[in-house]
Design a binder for this molecule. Structure first.
Ligand SMILES: Cc1cc2nc3c(=O)[nH]c(=O)nc-3n(C[C@H](O)[C@H](O)[C@H](O)COP(=O)(O)O)c2cc1C
Length: 647
């Protein structure tokens, strides 16, 4: 009996029969050639994803014209017939791996990344995140009616190209703040002609696009649309309007509605970080399901098979769209089907690998927890040429990943860790809003046990490593302790102590403005402890925080009403609080607190272990992770993986 019977029940979208209910939600990779044509790298990527067992792969958004449609660098194109041969190669490759192949067609509207021009939209309402650069506008130009009609035509021609290229399905991108949403939302559509104003007028563009695509591909070709249930803009469109739109689209012959949420301005509702609850937009899928009889694809933060199964079992969707989870582990479907969900490397929704370092930064996609994404064919775990005896010292992220990769390659691995496995994730996953990290720790623990890695619950010394061919030192970081008078008072605790259950007084003051400080304050608030924050700068989370975390945490701080005292430099800790001086006026102040929590960042653990090991002539000694540079999960995993594949 399958653990996930609903997920692995075959289904249909229009005339397309699918082997299961899992589809790869479109996710732009930035791996096409600069002219939008398909690259070999893109093919390798999608082959790997398709091999993982999803019933349908909807390939990332492809721009429909060469004027204003393109959103991102090295985006896939479907704007000319020259794109068809490459697209055919892509569709074929996916199908050869046993999945069905769909493609999403898109026009950027007002949302363009990093200086791509021109920007056209229904109205002159800029995407606030876009900053004008020299010689480049950040403000969209208002489309004329002939241009609108041409874009409708371009959507239809692109849908036909997809069909000619051999795709099994076309999805119209009507979500996430791109052109179709720009028309739908009163937030971005200020027109007074037939394309703006009433809901009927704002829907017109979406309906005409759908109608034209249907006309071009013929009555039986599978055609879906992705919609944001709501754009989450206060003056945007509500779910009630989307329900009306969905019904109209169904009447026009759309075969399924793929439900997401938000726009780029409301990014945390679109690509939700771990602080936002899982299955974030499933409510909208469930609502739309009440209004149409065509299949509903639920998507967004459905990270684990049990969540996906529940969505189907509870009738909140007919299919499940997975985006980041299939980057974290393309084999998610196969592993779920084989009844071993514990082997799925979970998406932790950090948005570090897929958004911050890459999409927002001129880079092709990568993933914090899966270094192979974007490096398909280059990064591979292959059997080691010579089997070595390896000791890994430290059971945090870097140590566990290195141990896993080395063991997979056939090395004999022993891991030394005196605490439980997990390293900084142990404290890092205590808060409910960081619960996504818990399955991540479980994944590594399970893999270690399945791979037969010996775990020694002891602190490694130079002697412990005697006899090993390789020592990997991954002893992690430690909190940075400020040199302040009174810092060793009994009323001072570190953030890590807080997450380990240290007792705190009735009024807590958190020192620090970084991510850990914010998380500590939010956690204490959740525990019912009155807490405030004190920061030297004029703002919190000034650097080194994922953009979506910054947005989510800022909103949570406001919602929780946590006072933040800015521009104060702490001078001393006293028995009843701290003394601080203003960084602007120099004025001295006393801030009362029963407990002072230091959350001032991490630094590499001071430890001469690696040096001692080298002196003892261990043949190969490496250091990785926070003990080299205190950084993020991405850095630790990637360093460990890259080391593991070359030992
Ligand atoms: C880097 C990146 C690129 C994306 N590209 C697209 C896209 O091309 N089309 C689209 O509809 N959604 C796109 N999305 C949104 C995802 O399809 C998905 O809705 C979102 O990541 C939330 O779902 P998940 O939790 O399964 O990742 C993208 C998301 C990310 C992180």
């Amino acid at each position: 009996m399958s653990k996930f019977p609903n997920l692995f029940t075959p289904g249909r979208i229009g005339s397309l029969a699918l082997k299961n209910r899992i589809l790869k939600a479109p996710t732009s990779t930035g791996m096409s050639n600069i002219d939008g044509s398909v690259s070999e790298r893109l093919i390798r990527h999608y082959r790997d994803v398709a091999r993982g067992g999803a019933g349908l792969i909807i390939v990332e958004y492809a721009y429909v014209d060469n004027h204003g449609a393109k959103s991102a660098h090295c985006q896939l194109g479907i704007s000319t017939d020259d794109h068809i041969p490459g697209l055919a190669w892509l569709a074929q490759s996916i199908k050869e791996e046993g999945s069905c192949a769909g493609i999403q067609i898109e026009h950027a509207g007002r949302q363009k990344f990093l200086g791509i021009q021109p920007i056209v939209a229904p109205s002159v309402v800029p995407w606030p995140a876009l900053k004008a650069k020299k010689g480049q506008a950040a403000v969209p130009r208002e489309l004329t009616e002939p241009e609108i009609l041409q874009i409708i035509e371009d959507f239809g021609s692109s849908a036909l190209r997809a069909k000619l290229a051999g795709f099994d399905l076309v999805e119209i991108h009507g979500a996430h703040g791109y052109l179709i949403t720009n028309f739908l939302s009163p937030h971005t559509n200020k027109r007074t002609d037939d394309w703006g104003g009433s809901h009927e007028n704002r829907m017109r563009f979406a309906l005409r696009v759908a109608e034209n695509c249907r006309a071009k591909v013929g009555p039986d070709f599978p055609l879906t649309i992705r919609l944001s249930g709501t754009d989450y803009e206060p003056d945007g469109f509500p779910i009630e309007e989307t329900a009306v739109l969905a019904k109209r689209l169904e009447a026009l012959g759309i075969d399924a509605i793929h439900v997401s949420g938000g726009d780029h301005h409301q990014m945390i509702h679109q690509v939700s970080p771990m602080a936002i609850e899982r299955c974030h937009n499933v409510w909208a899928a469930a609502e739309l399901k009440k209004h149409v009889s065509i299949p509903i694809i639920a998507s967004g933060s459905i990270t684990l098979p049990e969540l996906a199964e529940a969505v189907l079992a509870e009738g909140k969707g007919d299919f499940i769209g997975l985006a980041r989870p299939l980057w974290a582990d393309p084999e998610w479907p196969i592993k779920a089907q084989e009844g071993r969900p514990e082997d799925i490397r979970p998406c932790i929704r950090c948005n570090d690998g897929c958004l911050d370092r890459t999409f927002f930064n001129y880079q092709a996609v990568s993933c914090s927890v899966n270094p192979e994404i974007g490096r398909e064919g280059t990064f591979k775990i292959t059997p080691a040429v010579r089997r070595k005896k390896i000791c890994v010292i430290g059971g945090g992220v870097a140590g566990m990943e290195a141990a896993r990769v080395c063991a997979l390659r056939g090395h004999s691995v022993t891991l030394f860790e005196k605490r439980d496995l997990g390293g900084a994730l142990i404290e890092g996953s205590v808060a409910e809003f960081k619960a996504d990290l818990r399955p991540m720790i479980d994944y590594w623990k399970t893999q270690m046990s399945k791979l037969g890695i010996e775990i020694r619950r002891e602190e490694a010394t130079a002697e412990s490593a005697a006899g090993f061919d390789v020592a990997i030192v991954a002893v992690g970081g430690e909190p940075a302790v400020p040199k302040l008078p009174g810092i060793d008072h009994a009323n001072v605790v570190d953030a890590l102590d807080v997450f380990n259950g240290a007792e705190v007084g009735k009024q807590v003051l958190v020192l620090g403005g970084g991510e850990t400080a914010v998380e500590t304050a939010l956690y204490l608030h959740d525990q019912g402890v009155p807490v405030s924050m004190l920061v030297r700068r004029d703002t919190l989370m000034a650097h080194d925080v994922a953009i979506t975390d910054r947005i989510a945490y800022s909103e949570m701080l406001v919602k929780d009403g946590i006072p933040v005292i800015t521009n104060l430099q702490v001078k001393a800790v006293n028995a009843d609080g701290v003394t601080a001086s203003s960084t602007t006026t120099g004025e001295e102040k006393r801030i009362p607190a029963d407990t002072v929590v230091t959350a001032l960042g991490y630094r590499p653990r001071t430890n001469n272990l690696a040096q001692s090991l080298r002196e003892r002539k261990i043949p190969e000694v490496y250091e990785i992770g926070d003990c080299v540079r205190a950084a993020r999960i991405f850095d630790a995993v990637h360093a460990a993986y890259k080391l593991g594949i070359r030992i």
